[in-house]
Design a protein. Structure first.
Lengths: 80, 137
């Protein structure tokens, strides 16, 4: 993601469902309002799971991108 | 009031314990109020330290048992108790013990893993679960 400053990122590849989601929740909880955090997940389900949580918790899904190898970077802004 | 999900954890096999802890995690993440009512073999599995040697697999799926346990170990999947503990860290998850099972087997609250918060009867559980979904495992 061009121009987005990620405050904290966690590589959760090798972690199984719901591990990457739990990691995202922990990251967001420990972040300050306004921070952008990211989790890299190798678990296919995370691509649906993490955005569903972000939506439920009313944060902002900044984006998702392929992060080589075999991982997707899911980026969230703690907007409140 | 938040939505509820209640799990009757009747089984004490690793496969069902994993299912219960993973469902509880998802529900906790999605801001549901989760209650796990541990009864019979589910309660046995929550006795202090039991998880360390528990390698039981449900009878229905015993053909896959050895393979399943091997994969869990090889891929270093977190055990069900860790999964349940992280569900409790991120959300509202309570584990309650069935009074009947406790009485029949003379188990005390202090004999159980500390994640178990209290001993309740079935009517309390049903009442608490009444306006939500119930899953039996």
């Amino acid at each position: 993601m061009e121009g987005i400053k990620i405050t904290k990122e966690s590589d959760a590849r090798g972690s199984f469902c719901p591990g990457p989601l739990m990691e995202m929740i922990r990251l967001v909880r420990s972040a300050n309002v306004g921070d952008v955090v990211a989790v890299i997940s190798g678990d296919e389900g995370s691509k649906k799971d993490i955005p569903a949580w972000i939506n439920k918790a009313r944060y902002e899904l900044v984006g998702m991108e392929e992060a080589a190898p075999g991982g997707t970077r899911i980026i969230c802004r703690k907007n409140h | 009031m938040s939505e509820k999900l209640s799990i009757v954890l009747f089984s004490g096999t690793v496969d069902k314990l994993m299912a219960a802890s993973i469902i509880a995690s998802g529900a906790a993440a999605m801001q549901k109020e989760v209650t796990i009512f541990a009864t019979f073999y589910g309660l046995f599995a929550l006795r202090k330290g039991d998880w360390k040697q528990n390698r039981r697999i449900s009878k229905d799926f015993e053909d896959y048992g050895a393979q399943f346990l091997q994969v869990l170990e090889a891929k270093k999947a977190p055990n069900w108790l860790e999964t349940l503990q992280s569900a409790m860290d991120i959300g509202n998850v309570k584990v309650k013990a069935c009074g009947l099972t406790m009485d029949l087997l003379s188990i005390k609250l202090e004999d159980l893993e500390p994640i178990v918060s209290e001993i309740v009867g079935v009517a309390h559980f049903i009442e608490e679960a009444s306006d939500g979904q119930i899953i039996f495992l």
